[in-house]
Design a protein around this ligand. Structure first.
Ligand code: KG4
Ligand code: ZN
Length: 333
């Protein structure tokens, strides 16, 4: 049996997981820095990287112990090398390089977005062709998947990501950070039709736009004043606008690309209302949402992507691979 380690440190989660070659998750250690960044209202890169540095070795040890494996038994160490916060990526990549030099494990750089897509395969069988909505704090894109290796981006946001819209909206409403989960919580049992927040349709396009939404929330709050008593209904209406926009584009993509499965991944795929609307409105397709622990950043999805890549390529990565912070277009490999 071959074993894969996945290391993820691109933002504010330190994740180290061990999967076997059959994609069974043997451990998925995760340390979230959310409570540390809360007081700043967002992720502070220097504080994030300092915390990754403190946590990464204990997390590696914990993950190996939980999986009942020794570092010598790990065939491939998979590590996120971008996109993400440069100083944070460097902690994961340096750790992976040091481990592999010491223990002679193979090293494999993994694109963070490919990792998110791979999270859909950990617990599910995907029927192809498929389309996948990657919806996180930094990205909102739809991918067309021919199979688990070959995919291409078919749409993206032209401004903010959906997770950013959740986080910025939550900040305006005084709900704190991270915002998506707070809006989700207060929206339960609230009136989603309380107010209609407009989202530009970008006609004949699969692209998204969310920057106008936060502006309309700001104007609405300023104009209304004394809105605090209706905060849950306002949050729920705001969430509804985001969900409706995501589902509308997914529906359009499904008409254009005729997939058998529709996949959702990234932190925003934890959203209860998005899950509810997808299940009720996309009944003609196999809809796949990973468990919530695999939606937000984690090491298991990085190891999963390593397993997929290893199955088609025997080529070893050079030890001097770079880290990158910008969004890389997907390439067929
Ligand atoms: O995938 P992720 O952990 O990190 C990035 O790669 O960005 O996604 C984080 C994003 C944040 O914007 C957070 O507010 C959002 O996912 N999020 C949610 C929920 N849980 C996390 N958004 C809406 N509803 C949720 N339940
Ligand atoms: Zn992510």
């Amino acid at each position: 049996m071959k074993y894969f380690m996945g290391i993820e440190t691109s933002c504010d989660e330190t994740g180290v997981a061990i999967l076997d070659e059959n994609s069974k998750v043997l451990s998925n250690a995760l340390y979230s820095q959310a409570s540390i960044h809360k007081e700043f209202g967002g992720v502070v890169p220097e504080i994030a990287s300092k915390n990754h540095l403190e946590k990464i070795i204990p997390m590696v040890e914990h993950s190996l112990k939980t999986a009942g494996r020794h570092i010598d038994e790990i065939d491939t160490i998979c590590v996120t090398n971008g996109p993400g916060l440069l100083s944070c990526l460097m902690i994961g990549v340096s750790t992976a390089k040091a481990l592999s030099l010491l223990n002679d494990n193979e090293l494999m750089p993994i694109n963070h977005l490919e990792g998110h897509i791979a999270s859909c395969f950990i617990e599910n069988v995907v029927d192809f062709p498929a389309i996948c909505l990657v919806v996180s704090g930094g990205h909102t894109s739809i991918y067309y998947l021919e199979d688990e290796i070959n995919f291409k981006e078919i749409s993206s946001t032209i401004d903010d990501a959906a997770g950013e819209a959740f986080d910025k909206g939550a900040k305006m409403l005084g709900l704190g950070y991270p915002g998506g989960i707070r809006i989700d919580e207060v929206s339960k049992n609230a009136n989603k039709e309380f107010h209609t927040f407009p989202i530009p349709e970008l006609k004949n396009s699969l692209n998204f736009s969310f920057s106008g939404l936060k502006t309309s929330l700001r104007y609405y709050l300023e104009k209304r004043g004394d809105w605090e008593k209706d905060i849950n209904d306002i949050a729920s209406s705001y969430q509804e606008a985001i969900v409706k926009s995501l589902i509308a584009k997914i529906k359009k993509a499904s008409l254009d690309y005729k997939p058998k499965s529709i996949l959702f991944c990234g932190g925003v795929a934890c959203n209860s209302r998005l899950r509810e609307v997808a299940q009720s409105e996309l009944t003609k397709f196999k809809t796949i949402f990973p468990s919530k622990i695999f939606c937000t950043d984690n090491g298991a999805m990085i190891a999963m992507r390593g397993i997929q890549k290893k199955s088609v390529s025997k080529k070893k990565s050079p030890l001097n691979f770079p880290v990158f912070s910008t969004i890389r277009k997907f390439k067929k490999d």
